[in-house]
Design a protein around this ligand. Structure first.
Ligand SMILES: Nc1ncnc2c1ncn2[C@@H]1O[C@H](COP(=O)(O)OP(=O)(O)OP(=O)(O)O)[C@@H](O)[C@H]1O
Ligand SMILES: [Mg+2]
Length: 345
């Protein structure tokens, strides 16, 4: 696995059972845009010292949260004592969408037995590393941005993921910016989301801060796994150039300030099979027969004995302090050793 330390695309091709009997039987690998991003991360890792920052604004269902899961598992599996955080616009998004996606992919991952996934963290099972080799799911609060301020891992690797990043307040971005200062450290920062707001730091990744972010926009219609029937009904209902279609389909920022979030029923129709606006069918049915890029089939055989390319100990500061009033619950969740989380756990 250490061989994939600089190659997340290779890791994703190897670590999941693409094309094998099971949930990925009819999938051959990442979609085109996911593969491109993974390869750009690989190329970025060849220039040590520069933080890697990727922002993706897209319509719905293009595979952003899946990519969060792959990047998280790659970061953990290929570098000892990786630390990081995953957060999202709302605690509900984090707990019911982003984290379950990690659960789904970690169950399929060839090195799943190296890690324990709890309700609030993915951490190494290797004795003595539970606290130093981990990614925490951290919900933000504007009053407690210090939850993000203690992120240090000098000489090793730090992963930061913002899922549904458009609605994250600037204060969270700014605190994170200030925290990512360790020298000689691989720093990877990903911000993904539907572009629901035409202001704020996510928008600026595509504008004022474009020089610092590799920023891409993905139209749901260009991605194999999306529900084309539902998308067509949205376009028919709202119009090609409506803010709804800009944000939900094209991955373009709205003309008006903020587009309200999709209701649960609409999102449910999109992801979980409920009926959506316009009466679209479940994407799980409509989106079968996915084309992949056919990248490297998974090689069989156990992972290398050691995952780490960075050895050594070193005093590591506690990464994520939980917002007041939630710390205890968070820790308790974590102590439920080995309990898998997610909708189909
Ligand atoms: N390359 C892939 N191969 C197989 N399944 C995939 C792939 N990419 C994503 N998926 C699956 O497709 C579904 C939708 O993907 P995901 O939830 O990651 O999209 P999203 O862009 O985060 O959607 P939303 O905009 O609604 O948040 C998930 O079940 C995910 O596991
Ligand atoms: Mg998502």
């Amino acid at each position: 696995m250490a061989g994939f330390a600089g190659d997340p695309a290779g890791f994703v091709a190897y670590a999941f059972p693409w094309g094998e009997p099971g949930p990925l039987a009819d999938r051959s690998g990442p979609d085109g845009w996911q593969q491109d991003l993974l390869e750009e991360v690989r190329d970025g890792l060849k220039t040590p010292g520069e933080a890697i920052r990727h922002a993706v604004a897209s319509g719905h269902g293009v595979g952003k949260s899946a990519l969060v899961a792959w990047l998280t598992l790659w970061a953990m599996a290929t570098h000892a004592d990786t630390r990081g955080i995953v957060t999202a616009n709302t605690e509900s998004q984090l707990r019911t969408k982003t984290w379950p996606e990690l659960s789904k992919w970690s169950r399929m991952c060839i090195c799943r037995h190296w890690f324990k996934l709890t309700a609030t963290a993915l951490h190494a099972v290797q004795p003595g590393h539970e606290r130093t080799w981990r990614i925490d799911a951290v919900s933000w609060s504007e009053k407690t941005t210090e939850a993000f301020a203690g992120l240090h891992n000098a000489g090793k690797r730090i992963l930061v993921v913002f899922d549904e990043a458009s609605a994250l307040p600037d204060a969270v971005w700014e605190t994170m910016e200030g925290a990512l200062t360790d020298e000689g450290t691989e720093i990877l920062w990903f911000a993904f989301g539907n572009p629901t707001r035409n202001s704020g730091r996510f928008r600026e990744c595509f504008g004022r801060f474009r020089h610092r972010w590799a920023a891409r926009q993905v139209d749901s219609r260009t991605v194999a796994i999306t529900n084309k029937e539902q998308i067509a009904s949205w376009v028919a209902d709202y119009g090609e150039d409506s803010d709804f279609v800009r944000v939900r389909v094209k991955g373009e920022f709205p003309r008006a300030g903020t587009l309200p979030g999709l209701g649960d029923a609409e999102r449910g129709g999109h992801h979980a099979g409920g009926r959506a606006r316009g009466g679209s069918r479940d994407r799980a049915q409509a989106g079968r027969g996915v084309r992949g890029r056919g990248r490297g089939r998974r090689r069989r055989g156990g992972p290398a004995a050691s995952a780490g390319r960075a050895g050594g100990g070193g005093e590591l500061r506690r990464l994520a302090r939980w917002p007041e009033g939630r710390g205890r619950r968070g820790r308790e969740g974590e102590e439920q050793a080995g309990r898998d989380v997610g909708p189909d756990a």
